[in-house]
Design a protein around this ligand. Structure first.
Ligand SMILES: [Zn+2]
Ligand SMILES: [Zn+2]
Length: 686
């Protein structure tokens, strides 16, 4: 640790990286302040929060007249060196200011307290009775594969940074039990454990399993669904070392945990681990970095690992532990492809084909047997667009380059990008034609059509529209579990994690869209979604034998479906990686995306084009592609453009970005109408 000049304290404040390269500003303090101490400092005419940091050895001598630290939160133990190292790494890697990132990941309530208030809080927390002690339940017998995975995990050498472990287990193979045992082991050694899950909806289920397993241990959650006061309390309990287990979504990767000894990332392939605004960090990647630096194990679990992690296994950098069998020996559901090309075309005037007759028949059989079916359609609302046959008007959003979706229940046209919503017009706004009709199908329409096709069935729907109200998701899931629903229609929300015991049939109604997407990750995501959805069927061993996953497709010979039929992740991954290697795409190349938002597309393009001239691509070892619009080019009246940078070398890309980005603010004034720019390192969607 480098100490500053006596009396001089470097403080990380919320300035963007491009204002002060290091993100640190110097202040004076009458008393010594340890790095990691939370302070308030004057900046311009305001007092702002800041964190005392290590002196930057490369910094130039501070100007003579430094201002004094206004207030220090001395009651709070300083944030530790490991935590600061994580923040510093993430800030440099994702090209943000240190203070900007550090303060963004701390609970906002923290900055509202003064030292006396904080001291009172900490005293109250210290006096709290910890979690109720009790007898842990008898441990379930381990499957052979679970036992083997745990033995391999125990044999991973410690001391040196152990290799990250990829727990590649099919749905139902009992990955959670492995997490529980690994956590028990960490706790027994006096450590804290951090468990990351992709979705806040999945935390209650996992939380109750951990709470039941570890009576007497304090478990806290960290996610965006907490009240500010809860978030502060949980964060403090982790930071003070009172909480043994922290369970949370991506933000929790930044939890301050002084005794941290294990990180688990469940569903490591899930795109939700990537933050999509501000510092666009990947919590999965940061978890791996954090564990590596501290020399602790990190466990990445998935049935369909990300191709990044899979490639690292191939290179011998990650250790793969496989679990190919479902607990209780149940088989994976049989995958059946319905070739939509072979169905007889409905005659003129006949209703459109919703479900292929054999699929409909299969669902009817399940209903008769008292079993449940899940129908997956990745589009909410009634219909994606309204259309006038007379003048060709379509329900576009006036603020975005997107259609507004028809929601029949509340008779609205809603833009799913900017939220703009209006009553459905009685007649075509262009020509007055009364006969405007929906095109295509969303979950709402599918639910309606099923009510006609299956009049005897109880059909329910689960998507972002039906689960908006607090508690409604839990309520609806309870109805499904209680057997009050025969057929459940929904978006990909259905596929994630929920443990449905009566489901023996899962069907993807219209999955083809992603096969020919311009997004190179679309097939990977589709395969993961379908495998995950298939895993919802036949969770009980006795049902497994007759469980089925149906896929309606116009492209039944596509290799993705061939791999799905065999539940063959390995061959799917190998084929995808071969394509990525040939095309020079991740994980074989490293990407960064510079985005520009402006009043006009010309201003956004002009800014990006001028920015590109500042890179000498031949010496940088980086390819700079011409600016292109993203999928939704105009969003909420803002025109968006993006420019891709690609390099086979992560170092070369990082070096180029670090030298380049600080110059970009200087360009701003020359591009009238430019609103903002941002950089996305390792973007998920391009
Ligand atoms: Zn019209
Ligand atoms: Zn819109």
């Amino acid at each position: 640790m480098t100490l500053g000049t006596p009396g001089t304290v470097p403080v990380a404040v919320e300035t963007p990286r491009h204002t002060s390269i290091s993100g640190l500003l110097d202040y004076t303090s009458p008393q010594p302040l340890a790095p990691g101490t939370l302070v308030r400092v004057p900046l311009g005419k305001r007092d702002v929060p800041g964190l005392v940091w290590e002196a930057d050895p490369g910094a130039t001598a501070p100007p003579a007249a430094l201002r004094e630290v206004a207030m220090a939160l001395s009651a709070l133990p300083p944030l530790g060196a490991d935590w600061r190292a994580l923040v510093e790494f993430a800030a440099a890697y994702y090209q943000r200011g240190v203070g900007e990132l550090a303060l963004a990941v701390l609970p906002p309530e923290l900055r509202k307290l003064d030292d006396t208030q904080l001291a009172r809080r900490l005293k109250r927390l210290a006096a709290l009775k910890p979690a109720e002690a009790g007898t842990p339940p008898p441990l379930p017998a381990l499957s052979e594969e679970q036992a083997a995975a745990l033995a391999a995990l125990a044999a991973v050498p410690t001391g040196h940074p152990p290799p990250p472990v990829l727990l590649h287990g099919v749905t139902g193979s009992g990955k959670t039990e492995v997490y529980l045992r690994a956590a028990a082991d960490a706790l027994a050694r006096g450590h804290q454990a951090l468990v990351l899950v992709p979705e806040i909806n999945l935390t209650p289920q996992l939380e109750s399993r951990f709470a039941e397993r570890f009576p007497g241990r304090l478990l806290v959650s960290l996610h965006s669904g907490l009240t500010p006061a809860q978030r502060l309390r949980h964060w403090l309990q982790a930071h003070l070392g009172q909480a043994d287990l922290v369970l949370g979504t991506r933000l929790a990767v930044f939890a301050s945990m002084p005794r941290l000894g294990l990180i688990v990332v469940d569903e490591e392939h899930d795109p939700s681990f990537k933050q999509q605004e501000g510092a666009r960090y990947s919590a999965r990647d940061l978890a791996v970095w954090r564990a590596h630096r501290a020399g602790m194990p990190v466990l990445l679990g998935s049935a369909t690992p990300s191709l990044e992690s899979w490639q690292r296994v191939q290179e011998g950098r990650y250790l793969r532990l496989g679990m190919a069998q479902r607990i209780g020996g149940g088989a994976m559901p049989r995958v059946r492809l319905v070739d939509m090309n072979l169905l007889p075309k409905p005659g003129a005037g006949a209703p459109e084909r919703v479900l292929a007759p054999p699929l409909l028949e299969a669902i009817e059989k399940r209903i008769a047997a008292g079993e449940q079916s899940l129908l997956l359609l990745n589009r909410r609302g009634y219909a994606p667009v309204l259309h006038c046959g007379a003048c060709a008007w379509k329900s576009g959003c006036p603020h975005c380059s997107a259609w507004r979706v028809f929601h029949k229940l509340d008779r609205t046209l809603k833009c799913h990008h900017c939220g703009f919503s209006e009553r459905v017009p009685r007649a075509c706004p262009e020509c007055g034609n009364l006969d405007i009709a929906p095109i295509g199908r969303g979950t709402e329409k599918l639910q309606e059509q099923l009510a006609t096709l299956l009049p005897q069935a109880r059909v329910a729907r689960l998507d972002a529209d039906t689960t908006r109200a607090a508690g409604s998701l839990q309520q609806q899931l309870a109805e499904v579990h209680a057997g009050e629903v025969d057929v459940l229609v929904g978006t990909q929300m259905l596929a994630k994690g929920h443990d449905f015991r009566r489901v023996t049939l899962v069907a993807a109604v219209n999955a083809d869209g992603a096969l020919f997407s311009s997004d190179f990750r679309a097939p990977e995501r589709l395969f993961a979604l379908l495998m995950q959805a298939a895993g919802r069927a036949g969770r009980d061993a006795e049902q497994a034998a007759r469980s089925e996953m149906w896929v309606q497709t116009w492209h039944p010979t596509h290799p993705l479906y061939a791999a799905l039929r065999k539940h063959d992740y390995d061959s799917f991954a190998a084929a995808q990686l071969e394509e990525r290697r040939a095309a020079g795409l991740p994980p074989f190349a490293h990407l960064a995306l510079l985005r520009a938002d402006a009043r006009t597309a010309e201003a956004a393009t002009g800014f990006l084009q001028e920015a590109a001239t500042l890179i000498d691509a031949t010496t940088a070892g980086v390819t700079v592609y011409p600016p292109v619009p993203p999928f939704v080019a105009k969003l909420a009246d803002v025109e968006r453009m993006q420019m891709l940078l690609e390099s086979p070398s992560r170092k070369a890309l990082q070096r180029t970005l670090a030298a380049w980005l600080p110059q970009l603010n200087g360009l701003r004034s020359r591009h009238k109408g430019l609103l903002r720019w941002a950089v996305d390192i390792d973007p998920l969607a391009i």
